[in-house]
Design a protein around this ligand. Structure first.
Ligand SMILES: NC(=O)c1ccc[n+]([C@@H]2O[C@H](COP(=O)([O-])OP(=O)(O)OC[C@H]3O[C@@H](n4cnc5c(N)ncnc54)[C@H](O)[C@@H]3O)[C@@H](O)[C@H]2O)c1
Length: 327
């Protein structure tokens, strides 16, 4: 499979490394508006270098593309690739704005090309088993933390560009919460005014809240609370989610190890997810492309549209201080 990568930043490089370990996919082209970054990511595989994704899609004879640009720059290459019938692994969030996300979902539906959105936690090995255990039970209480370091990219520091911690980091938890506790009907949110994370030298401080708490109201009547904080890289990361029903309580430890523990129906439950969900999500995409089956991917575009709607409602709640319904 000849793969192209659009956007050779942090996650684009990680995808290039992941694909380099596979013998069934070759990175044949890398595109970035920054030619140096593209060349650096292309060096290991000897891929062709582009600074325009339009030229790359026209000239590189690809079988699939990985889109790893900042959220505002997802819609252009994603719709163009899907309209060519090219399978797309599109990094999360599906887009910055609902309109862009709808265009991407419509292009995927139109083309029937395989399209996966990079919410890789959906590839955690024990999730299917956990969902089976939760079937028929209302989740009454869900709590989660996403606290740790990340790079201070300029678009991430701008609420308008990247959606801040809510969209960039918190949407992983929102997506996982939706997949376990069901749809979210309304959201509340509040942000901290304390600066927690150091900005890269020469960068603006930005206008995002370094810590945000959101309250999710689930369709089934339950409540979720998720705390997202961007901290100094020297502090330990803490990523977990807990789910409680009338007769079960589960804890999911997330990143770098993925473990399930808890009690259900009076018995202890424990599981470890083998391998990395990031690699698992990519592997499932490759399998779906080979099978020509868009339904095989872990997170299809239509589902990621719902996750974006919850994150956008949380952003509106952060601005207004009110409870915001999810459309
Ligand atoms: N799945 C995950 O865990 C995860 C982790 C980090 C980032 N991400 C997502 O990946 C995407 C990129 O994040 P990042 O951290 O790699 O950002 P980044 O800023 O490090 O890299 C983005 C790259 O895209 C390039 N770019 C911008 N516009 C372009 C265009 N029109 N054409 C070609 N290249 C262009 C930039 O020059 C930059 O090199 C975001 O959507 C982010 O949310 C996902």
């Amino acid at each position: 499979m000849r793969a192209g990568i659009i956007g050779a930043g942090w996650i684009g490089r990680r995808h290039a490394e992941t694909l380099a370990r596979r013998d069934d996919v070759a990175v044949a082209a890398v595109c970035d508006v920054d030619a140096g970054r593209a060349a650096q990511a292309a060096a290991a595989s000897g891929a062709q270098v582009f600074t325009s994704w339009r030229e790359m899609l026209a000239d590189a004879a690809l079988d699939a593309v990985w889109i790893c640009t900042p959220p505002r720059a997802h819609v252009g290459p994603a719709v163009a690739a899907l309209d060519r019938g090219l399978p797309v692994y599109l990094e999360k969030p599906i887009a910055r704005a609902a309109g862009d996300a709808a265009q991407i979902a419509a292009a995927a539906a139109r083309s029937r090309a395989v399209c996966a959105i990079g919410y890789q936690w959906r590839a955690i090995g024990f999730l299917d088993g956990l969902r089976s255990r939760l079937a028929g039970q209302a989740v009454g209480c869900l709590t989660g933390q996403s606290i740790g370091g990340t790079e201070s990219r300029p678009w991430f520091l701008s609420q308008a560009e990247g959606g801040g911690n809510l969209l960039e980091r918190g949407s992983h938890h929102i997506d996982l919460a939706r997949s376990l506790a069901g749809e979210v009907t309304a959201v509340q949110a509040a942000g901290s005014e304390v600066r927690l994370a150091p900005r890269q030298a020469g960068q603006e401080a930005g206008d995002i809240a370094d810590a945000v708490t959101i309250v999710l109201h689930f369709e089934g009547g339950g409540l979720g609370t998720i705390v997202v904080a961007w901290t100094s890289p020297e502090l330990p990361g803490r990523y977990w989610l807990e789910v409680t029903t009338a007769d079960a309580a589960f804890r999911l430890d997330l990143d770098p190890d993925f473990r399930l523990s808890g009690v259900a129906g009076g018995s202890e439950v424990a599981a470890v997810s083998p391998g990395s969900p990031f690699d698992g999500s990519v592997d499932r995409f490759v399998t779906a492309v080979r099978a020509g089956d868009p339904d095989l991917v872990f997170c299809p575009p239509a589902d990621a549209v719902r996750t974006l709607a919850v994150a956008a409602a949380a952003e509106a709640a952060l601005r207004s201080g009110r409870t915001v319904p999810v459309p």
